[in-house]
Design a protein around this ligand. Sequence first.
Ligand SMILES: Cc1cc2nc3c(=O)[nH]c(=O)nc-3n(C[C@H](O)[C@H](O)[C@H](O)COP(=O)(O)O)c2cc1C
Length: 446
Amino acid sequence: MAGRKMILGMALTDGYGNLAGAWRAPHVDADNYARIEANIRYAQAAERGGFTFLFTPDFPAVRGDVELSTLSNIMDPMMQLAAISQATSRIGFVATGSTIFQEPFNTARQFKALDVMSHGRAGWNAVTTSDPAVSANYGRPVADRGMRYQRAHESIQVVEALWGSWQKDAWIKDQTSGRFIDASKLQPVNLEGEYVASRGPLAIPPSEQGQPVIFTSGGPSPHLLQLAGRYASGVIAEVWTIEEARAQREMVRNAAREAGRDPDDIKYFAGLMTTVAPTVREGLDRRLALAGDVIEARLPHLGALLGLHIEPSRYDEPLTPRQLAAAHASPMDPRSSIALDVARGGWSPRDILAHGVIDYHPTTVGPAKVHADHLQEWFEAGAVDGFWLSPDIYEDGVDAFVDEVVPVLRARGIYPEHYVGATLRENLGVPRQYGPDPRVMNGRAG
Ligand SMILES: Cc1cc2nc3c(=O)[nH]c(=O)nc-3n(C[C@H](O)[C@H](O)[C@H](O)COP(=O)(O)O)c2cc1C
C-alpha cells in the first residue's frame, strides 16, 4: 500500500461534458461535437494534470432523444485520438473497439498504428457490444452472450497474435546492405476460430511499449471476469459504493490469478462525475442552471428511492424531521443510500438530485476538498486502483479539476507528481507484453 499512487483517466464523450445541457452553457461552443480543436484542448488540460489516459466509450449509433440532448459519443474514437496523439506527448488513449463487429485484423491494425504513431500510448477497450442500435448499424441482431464472449476471446487472441507477428528484431532497414526486413521474423499467424480468423502477419513494427494495452468494461459477470482475467490490464467499471467496488476489484484480481497472471497486472477503475465550484451551493446552482429540466423530470422518482411520498409543493424545502425518520434506503439500489445521506445534510429534493445521486456514476460537487476526499477514501479503502472521471463541462471543468483538485491529491501524497514514464504501460504500472501473454492458457470461453 505504501507508495501506491492513484491513477486517473478522463472520459472523452461528446465534446461538451457529462452534465445534461453542457452543450448549451454560454461559455461552450455548440459546434464542439464536430471540432477536434476542442477535444485537443481538453486532452492537453488533462495531460497538464498528469492524467494517465483518455477513455473514449463508443456506441456507434444514434441513440436517445437527440432532438433535445447530445449524441453522447465522439464522432470516431480512432480518428480523433490519432489527431489528439499528435498534439500531446504523455497522456494515453483507451479507445473502445467492438470484438463483435470489428474483424480482428482491422482492430489489430488500427490500434497498433495508433500505438506506434503515439509512441506507445494506445489502449484497446475490448467490448462485447450488446446494444441493439449499434448491432442494427452492422446489419445484425444482438447475439447471445455465449456467442459474443466466444467471439471476444477469439478476437483478442487473434489481435494479440497479429501484434506479435512482426518480431521485435525483424526490421533490419540496413541502407548499406539493402536488407529491409528479416522475412523469417515476419510470418503468418494462421489462426482460425469458430467466428474469426486471420492469416497475418501484420505489417506494423513494435511501439515503445511493444503493443497496445488491453482494457475491458462492464459488470462482474462470470463471462466478463474470465475475459478480463485472461487479457485485460485495466477494467473500466460502473460502481456506486466502496463496498461494491472493493468486492468487484477483488473478483477482477482473482480472475487474473486464475488465468495464471499477477493480480497487480490488472488495474480497476471506478467512474466519478465532477463539478468543481467554490462552494457546494455554487456547484449545485451550476448543475441546476443546465440540467434543471432533467432534474425536474426525475423529482417524482426521488420519493420512491427513499420510500417516501414527497409533495411537489415541497420540492424546494428540506425534508422534515418526520420524513427523514421515515426515509429508508432500498437494499436493491445502492444509489438510495447515497440519496439518504445527502437528504440528511438538510438539502431539498431538488438539491439532492442536483448532487447527481441518480446519475450514471457517483458524483462529487463543490470545492477541491470534496473531490479529493472521495478519491482518497475509495483509494485508501482498496476499492480501486484509480478512477475514470467525467467532468460536468469540459470547457472549464477539466482545468478546474487540474488546477484545484490535483494539487490537493499531490499534497496528500496519493497522486504522482509527474508522469512515471513515456508510455501508457509505464504510467499504468503494468508489464510489457508483446504478442500473447505466455502465462495465459487460451482455451474455449466458458
Ligand atoms: C463503465 C462501462 C462502460 C462501457 N462502455 C461501453 C462502450 O463504450 N461500448 C459498448 O459497446 N459497451 C460498453 N459497455 C458495455 C459492456 O462492455 C458490456 O457489453 C455490457 O455491459 C453488456 O454486458 P454483456 O456483454 O456481458 O452481456 C460499458 C460498460 C460499462 C460498465
